[in-house]
Write a protein that binds this ligand. Structure first.
Ligand code: NAP
Length: 506
């Protein structure tokens, strides 16, 4: 397949490409825009009905069949590699290298789940053999296994058009579990969504899976997302996006006659704690590293380390000044959407105009472009005004100066839920690190030492989640093999003859 791709703009509903009466026009960072069908409540209903029908076959496929299906989706994505990069770079403004890397991450994520389900450990099978002679009462044979929950809705992320979108981690883990998926396409990259849906569609046909195993409904109307999460046949939702959008959809899930889990990944400022000995040894190096992590991808990472907790000391000053110098050298970068750029400029205006915040670096950028901005405040001001703790999506950072260990620990206790928390330390900082760690464990899903949180490894031990608002369900992760757990539920089979039990239990 060559690198050209012209989107036809249709939805994929139960194996059919469906046009719409009304359309919206994409708003790419560069290159031509295209028209896409606007989703409707009727199409949502069709997609959910066909997902439910598909579940009766797909939910009972063998692990080997689903593993082959996931690998085939990865193959089909690779077949379209150049075209995906072309439309993805055009729509998002992300560089080619990023799209290429993210495609590799997406296909390796699908392949990881393909091999994970073959091992069978995710089924968490338990068996308590019958005790017919037990007194005072006999015990029947009891077995437990995790089962797929049914159709799952997925809302892709604007900032990861591949790895967290149409065939991203939510879709891969749901399909691996045995759950059909209905994706609400992100309006920031509808063409990228369409070509990935083509890859999944092709894999469905090649593997003989039911047509309703996967549907993509383009957006263009907020009623589409609302109808999906409220549809009675949808049993769980995976979401990555804004706190306000996620919270609105989460509330709709909770208000349903049958409430369902909403696995939302919302906002995080990912605090970084600079301990004194690490600063003495390498303040400038950490400061420069922080600036580079903050500006990667125009700061549009959910794991962007937006807050540095820094002692009031000459070494702390050296860290801040190194970060500031490196940020001053950063060029303007294009953001994912006009809306995200506007939210960034609004966030910057809020910090710049705040009377308890000192501007260390204030930049002027307009339209869809962003330059870094750096601010400083103290613990009292931070803890008194919750608006300072809200994520500003983009290359904006806040330094919070602390006057000693007690203030650092008090501030740590004041943070809301985070995806990550980082400590920069040397060996002699260990006593303070030992005090911080139990606090940070209660705040974040992933704790790091002497690193930057922006890279999220896809592997067995990764946790990408955390207490609210980092995620709406702190028992879950949206990255790594444990993410399959979101789309399974335990079923106990009591006294059931082995020739009647599901295949994995007999
Ligand atoms: P978003 O505005 O929350 O949108 C995410 C998805 O949810 C889109 O498909 C959107 O539909 C839909 N949606 C949002 N609110 C809805 C509502 N009230 N009813 C129905 N559907 C709704 O997020 P975004 O556009 O991806 O990015 C905007 C902001 O999200 C960023 O500025 C950033 O703050 C945050 N963000 C956070 C992360 C993270 O990982 N924590 C990642 C990306 C973005 P439409 O396509 O129709 O808009």
């Amino acid at each position: 397949m060559d690198g050209s791709f012209t989107p036809h703009g249709k939805h994929l509903i139960a194996g059919e490409w469906v046009a719409g009466e009304s359309t919206f026009t994409s708003d790419p960072a560069s290159g031509p825009s295209f028209d896409f069908a606007i989703g409707t409540v009727d199409l949502v209903n069709q997609a959910c009905q066909s997902a439910e029908e598909a579940f009766w076959a797909y939910g009972y496929t063998s692990r080997e069949e689903r593993s082959h299906f996931l690998n085939t989706i990865a193959d089909e994505i690779e077949t379209r590699a150049d075209a995906i990069t072309l439309i993805g770079t055009s729509e998002t403004g992300l560089p080619k290298s990023r799209l290429v890397g993210e495609r590799g991450r997406t296909t390796s994520q699908l392949r990881l789940f393909a091999s994970h389900i073959l091992k069978g450990e995710y089924l968490d099978i338990r068996h308590d053999a019958a005790l017919p002679d037990r007194q005072p009462a006999p015990r029947p044979d009891m077995r437990m296994m995790m089962r797929p929950i049914g159709p799952v809705a997925v809302f892709g992320a604007s900032n990861f058009p591949l790895a967290f979108s149409t065939a991203g981690g939510d879709t891969a883990s749901a399909l691996a579990a045995g759950c059909p998926v209905v994706v609400k396409g992100h309006s920031a990259h509808p063409g990228t969504g369409e070509i990935i849906a083509e890859a999944i569609h092709s894999a469905i046909k090649k593997c003989g899976m039911p047509a309703g195993t996967f549907s993509l409904i383009q957006g263009g109307n907020r009623l589409v997302g609302q109808a999906i999460v409220q549809h009675p046949l949808i049993k769980a939702v995976g979401f990555t996006g804004s706190l306000s959008g996620g919270r609105a959809l989460f509330d709709l899930c909770a208000q349903r006659p049958e409430p369902i889990p909403f696995f939302g990944e919302l906002g995080s400022v990912n605090p970084m704690f600079l301990l004194p000995e690490a600063l003495t040894a390498r303040a400038a190096e950490i400061g420069a590293g922080w600036a580079s992590s903050l500006t990667m991808g125009a700061g549009q990472f959910c794991t962007n380390p937006g807050i540095a907790v820094v002692p009031k000391s000459p070494e702390g000053d050296a860290f801040v000044s190194a970060a500031q110098s490196a940020l001053e050298e950063t060029d303007a970068q294009i953001m994912l959407t006009e809306g995200i750029a506007k939210a960034y400029h609004d966030g910057k205006a809020h910090f710049s105009g705040h009377n308890a915040v000192k501007s260390l670096l204030t930049t002027e950028s307009s339209g869809r472009y962003a330059l870094p901005n750096l601010y400083e405040t103290d613990v009292e001001a931070y803890l008194q005004d919750h608006t300072l703790s809200e994520e500003v999506f983009g290359p904006l950072a806040l330094v919070i100066r602390v006057s000693g260990t007690d203030e650092m620990l008090m501030l740590a206790r004041g943070f809301t839920g985070q995806l990550t928390a980082t400590i920069h330390m040397d060996a002699s900082d260990a006593p303070l690190a030992r005090q911080l760690l139990p606090i940070l464990e209660r705040k974040a899903g992933r704790l790091l030492v002497n690193g930057f949180p922006t890279g999220v490894e896809v592997c067995d031990s990764m946790v990408h989640g955390g207490p609210y608002p980092a995620s709406t369900n702190f028992g879950a992760t949206s990255v790594g093999t444990l993410s399959i757990r979101r789309f399974l539920r335990p079923v106990c089979y009591q006294g059931i003859p082995t020739d009647v039990l599901p295949a994995d239990l007999d």
